[in-house]
Design a protein around this ligand. Structure first.
Ligand SMILES: O=C(Nc1ccc2c(c1)CCNCC2)c1ccc(-c2cn[nH]c2)cc1OCc1ccccc1
Length: 341
């Protein structure tokens, strides 16, 4: 008997566990109706304690965000004891492992990944969010090596918009900006730029700019802002890294400058895309037709329920059908097996 009967009754077949963390675990699963693979974060609410607000924050952020480089939310299922968050399947694993595997990436491959991070973070900031915990472990890859940012449990949506200051010290010290570890008021967008600089350094150099087993040593290095520049770095990448890993947030490069930086544009001739086409929110008549026929419900009634974006089983079925359409898979829903009499 499945350990999680709720998931089975909601139309998911569970597979193996692929990640565990303070929040709980992540299991692979298949959405029965569409046959699409998903990742399900399983959290025991009774054990979450002070982390429960983080989970609620991540879910509410993901419900408002739709971008090709942000891991998609499909469905949220809550019971008395558990919270199940059904997410986009990212079979390429962590960007971190990809860098370790290749020891370091070429300038062009680094640029290809980094432009996707810029695109996602500028979309985040445009929507009034700061991630505040950007690190290679929170960047996954799908099977086409498209980058997907995860873990919005520390993101902030400051009341007064992106210009208002934050104070909470959070995130992983290795990637944290000087002003964040100093405990002074900071702009969420500035600390994200610093973390992006650490990620760019990791892509290009295969190691981290500031490292120490001793937390005080690590803080001193971050506050000094001095790091090694390996000989293979081009002058353009060195200049960009200096502008991102700038201790004074007032002199640090801003996302609007980063988008047009010559190193970022090199070989592409254009800035990374910053406006996302909300394909997930558009009304796709083919997918509506498939759902309408399968459940024998009028298309307009289906859409009137879907457009409330409740992230229930109907939202999941629609978004996963959109996925199938994007991947060129046949737009069909599996008939429910009638248990033998
Ligand atoms: O689909 C996910 N992961 C994933 C899927 C397939 C495979 C692998 C990995 C391992 C690599 N070999 C191929 C098989 C996958 C999707 C979303 C999320 C996710 C979204 N918000 N939070 C987590 C997590 C996922 O991962 C587990 C994981 C990865 C990094 C930190 C922790 C856990």
């Amino acid at each position: 008997m499945s350990r999680y009967p709720t998931l089975r009754s909601c139309g998911y077949e569970l597979d193996r566990t692929i990640g565990t963390g303070g929040f709980g675990k992540v299991k692979l699963a298949t959405h029965t109706l569409t046959g699409e693979k998903v990742a399900i974060k399983i959290m025991d609410k009774t054990k979450l304690g002070k982390d429960l607000p983080r989970v609620k924050l991540e879910i509410s952020a993901l419900k408002n965000l739709s971008h090709p480089n942000i891991c998609k939310l499909y469905q949220v299922i809550e019971t008395e004891s558990h919270c199940y968050v059904v997410m986009e399947y990212c079979s390429g694993g962590e960007l971190f492992d990809h860098i370790v595997e290749k020891s370091r990436l070429s300038e062009m491959e680094s640029r290809m990944f980094f432009r996707q991070i810029i695109s996602a973070v500028s979309y985040l900031h445009d929507n009034g969010y700061a991630h505040r915990d950007l690190k290679p472990e929170n960047v996954l890859l799908d099977r086409e090596q498209n980058l997907k940012i995860i873990d919005f449990g520390l993101c902030a949506k400051p009341q007064g918009g992106m210009d208002s200051l934050l104070l909470t010290s959070c995130g992983s010290p290795t990637y944290a900006a000087p002003e964040l570890i100093q405990g002074v008021k900071y702009h969420g967008s500035d600390v994200d730029i610093w973390s992006m600089g650490v990620i760019l350094y990791a892509l290009l150099c295969g190691c981290l700019p500031f490292e120490s087993d001793n937390i005080d040593e690590l803080f001193k290095k971050i506050l000094r802002g001095k790091y090694l520049e390996p000989g293979w770095l081009s002058s353009g990448s060195k200049r960009l890294l200096r502008r991102m890993l700038c201790v004074d947030p007032l002199n640090r490069i801003r996302i609007s400058e980063l988008i047009n930086d010559p190193w970022v544009r090199l070989g592409f001739g254009c800035p990374p895309s910053t406006k996302t086409h909300d394909i997930d929110r558009c009304k796709d008549m083919e997918c509506l037709e498939v759902i309408s026929q399968h459940f024998d419900i009028d298309k307009e009634i289906v859409w009137s329920r879907l457009s409330k974006w409740k992230y229930d089983c109907e939202t999941a079925t629609y978004l996963l059908l959109l996925n199938k359409k994007k991947n060129g898979s046949p737009l069909v829903l599996k008939k429910k097996e009638v248990p033998n009499q």
